[in-house]
Design a protein. Structure first.
Length: 369
């Protein structure tokens, strides 16, 4: 195992970290596999990863990650609290709610969190998070009180991470990226503001889908080729822990280009050549890159989940796209994707698949998540 600097925190973390969603006991619909680990089983897997060199464990407040937070607290007490780095998070944007969330998490853990993130900050809530009295201010206050050591912003949106990188109150950032969805990583790689921040990357396996197409060592090596502190891997078995923590043993050093990734996927379906750089901004607010991601995922092993998401707004989105006369998205896309045509393809796919799966049909909404 190799270790990297976590920004300017003074902490050194293992280059692969342990994502604790799979160690929970209960059901989380977005998981591609269902582990349902008991406390004893969960501690065994976490300890196995620790002895392979892992020292960073990422979790979230109960009930968002089920009982994973409590299990991690038990593990910290078992292995020795000062031997690991705990990163925790909550999806609260108001300062009062976040202030209380930190207290609740510390009680669940039975200890402090080294880094605490405002989780999944999106464009609709970012001003509340960063504004006076928002969640970020609450984390700063908790940091001053000694309940957490460092503050964090976690988001799937590049512009929000960039705002966090420019904010002196933020110590660590958590974003997403992988060998297919590498656009955000490419932008981070060229932006100097990220240089002083610790950076954790999740979705390395694209919610567990990409290992069906690429070796895990290639997936991890691709993410760690960028200037990130740690690649977070969701781990539910000792075999998964071994693959994640010892990835260098089987890594040949070769990382496929984006075009080569698409070529491999083309053996299974016709992918949209979108790397989720998020430069395309729709005047009607449609998250084009998110729609394209759901389309890709529907062919890669999460058809029900992806089509359900698409059905929440694809009909209205395609109507807005067809009525748009300026189409600024075409000029914004560095890959020169014919976005209106691809949107039509997505809509057609959803209509065809939904005929066979009536439970996928949902009322239309204007926004995607």
């Amino acid at each position: 195992m190799k270790y990297r600097r976590l920004g300017n925190t003074g902490l050194t973390v293992s280059e692969t970290g342990f994502g604790t969603i799979p160690v929970l006991q209960g059901s989380v619909p977005v998981l591609p596999n269902y582990y349902n680990l008991s406390e004893k089983e969960a501690l065994t897997v976490m300890e196995y990863a620790f002895f392979l060199g892992c020292n960073l464990y990422d979790t979230a407040i109960v009930p968002e990650y089920g009982d994973a937070e409590r299990k991690l607290g038990k593990f910290a007490a078992h292995i020795g609290r000062n031997r690991i780095v705990i990163t925790d998070k909550a999806r609260f944007y108001d300062g009062n709610e976040m202030y209380q969330a930190v207290q609740t998490s510390c009680e669940n853990l039975g200890t402090w969190a080294d880094v605490y993130f405002v989780h999944q900050v999106d464009p609709d809530r970012e001003d509340e998070v960063f504004g006076k009295g928002g969640a970020l201010d609450a984390l700063v206050e908790r940091k001053q009180q000694g309940n957490i050591r460092f503050t964090g912003i976690a988001s799937h949106y590049y512009d929000i991470l960039l705002r966090g990188a420019a904010d002196s109150r933020v110590d660590v950032l958590q974003g997403s990226g992988n060998i297919l969805e590498q656009g955000m990583l490419n932008r981070i790689n060229t932006e100097p503001l990220f240089g002083s921040k610790g950076l954790l990357i999740n979705k390395v396996y694209a919610a567990g889908l990409l290992p069906s197409f690429f070796p895990v060592e290639t997936l991890i090596g691709a993410v760690l080729s960028y200037p990130v502190s740690c690649a977070l891997i969701g781990i539910g078995t000792t075999a998964q822990a071994k693959a994640a923590m010892r990835w260098r043993e089987n890594f040949c050093g070769s990382i496929p280009t984006f075009e080569q990734v698409l070529t491999i996927l083309e053996k299974h379906y016709s992918p949209i050549p979108c790397d989720r750089c998020q430069r395309c901004v729709c005047p009607y607010g449609t998250e084009i890159h998110t729609i394209f991601r759901q389309y890709q995922y529907s062919f890669m092993g999460k058809e029900f989940w992806a089509l359900r998401k698409l059905n929440m707004g694809i009909a209205e989105s395609i109507q807005l796209c067809q009525s748009c006369t300026q189409m600024p998205c075409l000029e914004m896309c560095p890959a020169n994707i014919r976005i209106p045509e691809e949107m039509e393809r997505v809509a057609l796919h959803v209509r065809q698949r939904s005929k066979n799966t009536s439970s996928l049909v949902r009322p239309c909404k204007t926004a995607f998540s």
